[in-house]
Design a protein around this ligand. Structure first.
Ligand code: FAD
Ligand code: NAI
Length: 461
């Protein structure tokens, strides 16, 4: 008899959610996790600590820039960086302990250590081999660097080092204007660092809706961040704890060198499958290092499944979680499903940026006819009251008014996007959203107005 019905390798959002659902569905479940704490990248060195720092520094920004306008006079708070990091760690610890509690509650065994798969149906942790009817790999991802650039996590850091710098740098160069670069860049810009973002392409957040990225760049520049676009970083040299970053501008091949106290390399992440022994047991991989799976997350080896950042798709915690739940359902003989067309993406800067579904650029490329309804937060009373009226909500619909995508830059965008996600799951039209009563005054009225703009017109524009 197998020791377990399911052994999950990796205790991140993909792995722990999968394990909880497996246990809820009556499967005897274990999770192998090599870190000291559960929760994976997301809870330990990703989503959660970064959001804690974004929250703390947003509050600081409000105190410095907006309090006096509201009649809240007096000196803005000074920054105790060690205390801010302690607060961040407390938030992380509370969350990782929460997962441990959920494991106990659901009778999930935590096999502590690094796991490998000697054969289908077997997981080795330390010297012990455990048998399982099915194995789910949820081993996640790690930061990828650039050739010739060495990350020492002190002067040249990945996101992990950027969450725990010894002191606030006077100058920070961020390589890569993606999600990590802009979120962590915002944190340090608000803490007073001179932040310069160097991006290879000619736009920031290149996969996002073009109009949103342009507006986003404008807003971040106003907040003090500098952008160097179309620039290929050539080298990063370090000496006595300082760095020199040399980049070449693609438009004229000119080379520029800038100084920095700290350099954050944020040029993407790569799947992590080291030490699992996948090649030896014949698990097929994709060209870019992800584990290859079929439509039910099974790898090329029967009984071995894979989910989350280790497989193809957006590297997002909620995508990993959804796959975790779905694969658990499959293993319990049910019908697990993930709708990859409706996975929201959120950047937690101020303002927030959120999107779901198709962008105009994608639809143009695919030759799909569409219509856009757009509403500026300038016409939203609540956004004006909180000094965040610079963005907009944009809905894209097809010829029959069915919603194909939404792109929002503005206050609470990360929450607003979900009413569009639900609408899309139900195959709703923009008119359905427009006919839904939205409470006043809320930010969500901007989404309704964008929906009205897809029809006879927005009211407050
Ligand atoms: P992971 O969270 O990477 O977990 C994998 C776990 O497996 C790790 O704990 C690892 O130790 C363990 N492991 C690996 N191999 C083995 C082995 N052989 N044996 C035992 N254990 C093993 N996503 C969002 O959706 N929202 C955000 O706001 C967000 N913010 C982020 C901020 C930062 C700075 C970073 C770096 C990432 C952020 N992400 C965010 C991405 C998110 O963290 C990942 O998409 C998510 O963690 C992926 O989950 P996962 O379970 O696939 O893998
Ligand atoms: P990313 O893929 O978002 O952005 C990388 C950026 O670096 C791109 O703009 C790319 O064009 C640029 N780049 C690549 N090579 C370069 C080079 N040589 N020189 C200059 N620029 C270069 O990757 P990022 O920001 O590292 O994040 C990794 C993953 O983590 C993302 O896939 C994201 O999904 C996830 N994440 C999600 C968050 C969220 O949901 N809020 C927050 C942070 C991370």
């Amino acid at each position: 008899m197998a020791d377990f019905d399911v052994i999950v390798i990796g205790g991140g959002p993909g792995g722990y959610v999968c394990a909880i659902r497996c246990a809820q569905l009556g499967l005897k479940t274990a999770v192998v996790e090599g870190r000291e704490t559960l929760g994976g990248t997301c809870l330990n060195v990703g989503c959660i600590p970064s959001k804690a720092l974004l929250h703390a520094t947003h509050e600081l920004h409000e105190a410095e820039h907006n309090f006096a306008k509201m009649g809240l006079k007096g000196k803005a708070p000074s920054v105790d960086w060690d205390q801010m990091k302690a607060y961040k760690q407390e938030v992380v610890d509370g969350n990782t302990k929460g997962i441990e509690f959920l494991f106990k509650k659901n009778k999930i065994t935590w096999l502590k250590g690094w796991g490998s798969i000697p054969a289908a149906g077997q997981v080795k942790v330390g010297e012990e081999v455990h048998n399982a009817k099915n194995i789910v790999i949820a081993s996640g991802s790690v930061p990828s660097s650039l050739p010739g650039i060495e990350i020492d996590e002190e002067t040249v850091v990945s996101s992990t080092g950027a969450l725990a710098l010894k002191k606030i740098p006077k100058s920070l160069v961020v390589i890569g204007a993606g999600v990590i670069g802009l979120e962590m860049g915002s944190v340090y810009a608000r803490l007073g660092a001179k932040v310069t973002v160097v991006e290879f392409l000619d736009v920031i957040t290149p996969t996002m809706d073009g109009e949103v990225s342009k507006q986003f760049q404008k807003i971040l520049a106003k907040q003090g961040m500098d952008f160097v676009l179309g620039a290929a970083v050539q080298s990063v040299e370090t000496k006595n704890g300082k760095a020199k970053v040399t980049y070449k501008l693609r438009k004229d091949n000119s080379e520029v060198t800038i100084d920095a106290d700290t350099v954050l390399v944020a040029t993407g992440r790569k799947p992590y499958t080291d030490g699992l022994g996948l090649a030896d047991i014949g698990v097929e991989m994709e060209q870019r290092g992800q584990i290859k799976t079929d439509a039910h997350w099974q790898t090329s080896v029967k009984g071995i499944y894979a989910i989350g950042d280790a497989i193809v798709g957006p590297m997002l915690a909620h995508k990993a979680e959804d796959e975790g739940m779905a694969v658990a359902e499959v293993l319990a003989g049910k019908h697990g499903h993930v709708n990859y067309g409706v996975i929201p993406g959120v950047i937690y800067t101020t303002p927030e940026v959120a999107s779901v579904g198709k962008t105009e650029e994608e639809l143009k490329k695919d030759g799909v006819k569409y219509k856009v309804g757009k509403f500026p937060f300038m016409g939203n009373a609540r956004a004006k009251a909180v000094f965040q009226a610079e963005g907009f909500a944009k809905l894209i619909v097809d010829e029959n008014d069915r919603i194909l995508g939404a792109h929002i830059i503005g206050p609470g965008a990360g929450d607003l996007i979900h009413e569009v996600c639900v609408a899309m799951e139900f195959g709703a039209s923009a008119e359905d959203l427009a006919l839904t009563c939205h409470a006043h005054p809320t930010f969500s009225e901007a989404v309704r107005e964008a929906a009205l703009a897809c029809g006879d017109g927005a009211i407050h524009a």
